[in-house]
Design a protein around this ligand. Structure first.
Ligand code: BES
Ligand code: MN
Ligand code: ZN
Length: 498
């Protein structure tokens, strides 16, 4: 599955395998790197001149069998202007450095300093996080390895030479919890629908109990008792039964209201009776990216023993056409008592979330609720794949999410809500209908969700553009991006821990 990359932390003087150095513009090296480079005499300067390498950001210089050093290969990674890097810059840089590692290398050492000098332990850990995320591949179902990337050694030992290896190692344990959460989310999104149906997804989420997460799995009988007619309506055309998984991490004050995260977990979205066109339908195995993010986040919070009470809830269904499938025109009753007329069975995510949002709000009285969903194609039309859509009834929460997005690079863009949009989902026959027409499609979907959250501070992240198939970046080459785990981990760490 995920290529295993085990970061190690060593002193500046100890290096093994391929050596990776950073340098700023005009070949500006930090002191430890300068000492290494000086052992090469004029070789480095000559190689740089021959390749017109000056240290620009994004560029690199590869010296094979460098004279004067006992390493097989030296890679110099340009960092551009030598300014103080943010944590987001460092994660990116770790990814960029990993990318320059030659395909055959099984052991390498990154000298963890920039032009102005050594990095602090937390900063070294950020580099390691970026490298680990970049190294991720999903090759579980490949029986042959073709290109360089696929032929990388199964295990890569990546050392970070730094000023204080013991503290860097300690910083890394926190970061490793985050890396593992992102990797878990990516794995879940990448898995095909025949493997990861609701029951199997619930089993994988249940494995969090090993970390001290309390996991409950509700089957269709339990959900019927609760009156979750909207969620069950979506799942009724599938041979795979729906599930609701509730995960609780209690690391905060006893009895303190939790923060809650809710995920859309449509394990495959064929559209149902309002069936989708064949083109790209295979992508709809990823229509559970919201749920995957929630599981990845709960993993991270538990693994680093976050001082917070957190609830994760995911509605798992498969949306299929069938003799038993729900029809356009059907009217379903939600757990909240409100009724919904089904206009289009392909607008299923909001139906699932309507019941899960209400359930979580009523049972846990959370201080905030955040849901993630690959909800609408319309959000991709509006924002492309760089930003997720943010909808919220609470300015403070929206502001916090926006800031966490800038800090991590998982950015969100706030979209409007309002009574004019809300009217668009009024129905002739029921309390509301499940689509509001083509115009403002991401907004009317969010309006439906808002009808199920009452006064609780709430945010909805429409991740249809960012959760899967998003542009490849320095820290992600995977189709399933694991988007949102770093964002929400940051939000919790900055605002909701005691
Ligand atoms: N899962 C889709 C949204 C989606 C589309 C996610 C593309 C990722 C990539 C969702 O269930 C859906 O089908 N939405 C419809 C709603 C419409 C029928 C009102 C859409 O966006 O077309
Ligand atoms: Mn759909
Ligand atoms: Zn969907």
């Amino acid at each position: 599955m995920a290529a295993a990359l085990k970061p190690g932390f060593v002193p500046f003087t100890s290096w093994h395998g391929v050596l990776i150095l950073f340098c700023g513009e005009n070949l500006k090296f930090g002191p430890a790197s300068r000492r290494i480079v000086s052992r090469m005499g004029e070789t480095l300067r000559r190689a740089a001149a021959a390749d017109r390498f000056t240290g620009k950001s994004g560029s690199s210089l590869d010296v094979i069998a460098p004279a004067g050093l006992e390493v097989p290969r030296l890679v110099v990674v340009g960092t551009g202007k030598d300014t103080a890097p943010s944590s987001r810059d460092l994660v990116k840089l770790g990814g960029a450095a990993m990318a320059k590692l030659p395909g055959a290398a099984a052991v390498a050492t990154i000298v963890a300093e920039l032009g102005f000098g050594a990095l602090k332990p937390d900063q070294v850990a950020e580099l390691a996080l970026g490298a680990r995320l970049r190294a991720y591949t999903f090759d579980l179902y490949k029986t042959k390895r073709k290109n360089d990337e696929e032929q990388r050694p199964k295990k890569i030992e990546l050392n970070f030479a730094c000023a204080n290896p013991a503290s860097a190692e300690k910083s890394w344990t926190r970061r490793a919890a985050l890396a593992d959460g992102v990797v878990l989310a990516r794995d879940l999104v990448n898995e095909p629908g025949n493997v990861l149906y609701p029951g199997e997804f619930a089993r994988r989420a249940s494995a969090l109990s090993k970390l001290g997460v309390v996991v409950e799995v509700l089957d269709t009988a339990a959900m019927r008792k609760l009156g979750m007619g909207a969620l069950l309506g979506v799942g009724q055309g599938s041979a795979h039964e729906a599930r609701l998984v509730v995960m609780r991490w209690n690391g905060g004050k006893r009895g303190a209201d939790p923060v809650a995260f809710i995920g859309k977990g449509v394990c495959f979205d064929s559209g149902g009776i309002s069936i989708k066109p064949a083109q790209n339908m295979e992508d709809m195995k990823g229509d559970m990216a919201g749920a995957a993010c929630v599981v990845g986040l709960m993993h991270t919070l538990a693994a680093r023993k976050a001082k917070v009470n957190a609830v994760g809830a995911i509605g798992l269904v498969e949306n299929m056409p069938d003799g038993k499938a729900q029809r356009p025109g059907d009217i379903v009753k939600t757990m909240s008592g409100q009724t919904i007329e089904i206009i289009n069975t392909d607008a299923e995510g909001r139906l699932v979330l309507a019941d899960v949002l209400h359930y979580v709000n009523k049972r846990f009285k959370p201080k905030i609720m955040i849901n993630l969903a690959t909800l609408t194609g319309a959000i991709i039309v509006a924002l492309g794949q760089e930003y997720a859509g943010l909808f919220s009834n609470d300015d403070k929460l929206a502001e916090r999410l926006t800031k966490a997005g800038e800090a991590t690079g998982e950015r969100v863009w706030r979209m409007p809500l309002g009574t004019e949009y809300d009217k668009m989902i009024d129905s002739k026959f029921a309390d509301m209908k499940n689509t509001g027409g083509r115009w403002g499609g991401a907004i009317t979907a969010a309006q439906l969700l808002q009808r199920f959250v009452d006064k609780t501070p709430w945010a909805h992240l429409d991740i249809a553009g960012t959760g899967m198939g998003s542009p490849q970046s320095d820290i992600n080459r995977s189709w399933g991006s694991g988007w949102g785990v770093r964002l929400l981990q940051r939000l919790v760490e900055d605002h909701y821990e005691r």
